[in-house]
Design a protein. Structure first.
Length: 279
């Protein structure tokens, strides 16, 4: 520990925490992270950090070996994983965001812990500004109804912060955030746009297959080519990268008003190979 008690050796078991550390320019204090962190944060790969198990499968021996001042993870997950983190004896910061406000709080908390309060406030202000700019562009105009999913089997609706981003992008979120639903229920809702962002799948969701298998081919989104995949980390990682998800969402809902953003793929984009289906 430094003289001012700021952690100098941080282990991140959660991609969102790693992205936040990168955004506030404090990757220098990171000594270990998960392979998923490396996927979403290019700076991690270049640093050659130790790779450890994530918040779901935490391993106390791996954590102890990294000699951390602080472990950052997400809760609540498996009780066994939390027990492993506590068993390591390291200080533990657990994150459990549900809304954009929670995410801002997490950014402020991590920034404060690692001695980067000003940087954290700047990141939060930038996120708020970008979200508000998109919101104002579509304010008072027609709002397409949007179904967003974060998993395919079982079919799970995206989290509350995705619902907030959808509203900011000028859409009406269909369903209950974070709840399990069914293909029949979605069909009955008759959304105008479908957005799929499966956890861990990047942008490789098999759009045509799920539309066919779920008997959604006659739905307006399928008929009109308004079924999209947005990269997992742009919608499911509660961190500053959500602004990329917002930009992709805005294009999906209002392509006449917003440019195509990185990380989005349409069902009509046949050039991109699709992932194997979830079984």
């Amino acid at each position: 520990m430094s003289a001012n008690h700021t952690p100098r050796r941080v282990v991140s078991l959660q991609p969102s925490a790693t992205v936040i550390l990168a955004a506030i320019d404090r990757l220098d204090c990171l000594v270990a992270c998960t392979r998923y962190c490396a996927d979403v944060c290019p700076g991690v790969k270049a640093a050659g950090l130790t790779i450890v198990s994530d918040s779901w499968t935490a391993n106390s021996d791996q954590i102890i070996a990294a000699r951390p001042d602080l472990v950052i993870a997400a809760v609540p997950y498996q009780e066994k994983a939390v027990a492993e983190i506590l068993k390591s004896g390291a200080r533990f910061l657990g994150l459990a965001p549900k809304t954009l406000a929670d995410i801002y709080t997490d950014i402020a908390t991590i920034s404060g812990v690692v001695g980067a309060i000003d940087q954290g406030e700047q990141v939060i202000a930038q996120m708020r500004s970008e979200i508000e700019a998109v919101r104002k562009k579509r304010e008072g105009r027609p709002r397409p109804r949007v179904f967003c999913e974060e998993w395919g089997k079982p079919l799970i609706t995206s989290q509350r912060w995705v619902a907030e981003l959808t509203e900011a992008a000028g859409g009406e979120f269909v369903g209950t955030p974070g709840a399990t639903t069914s293909s029949e229920a979605v069909l009955a809702e008759n959304p105008d746009v479908i957005v799929v962002a499966w956890c861990g799948a990047g942008d490789r969701v098999p759009l045509q297959k799920i539309v066919t298998d779920r008997h959604w081919s006659a739905m307006p989104p399928a008929q009109q080519g308004r079924v999209y995949c947005i990269r997992d980390e742009f919608l499911n990682t509660p961190a500053p990268t959500l602004v990329h998800g917002l930009q992709a969402m805005a294009f999906a809902l209002h392509p006449q008003d917003f440019p195509k953003a990185p990380g989005i793929r349409c069902i009509t984009d046949l050039q991109t190979p699709e992932a194997s289906p979830i079984v």
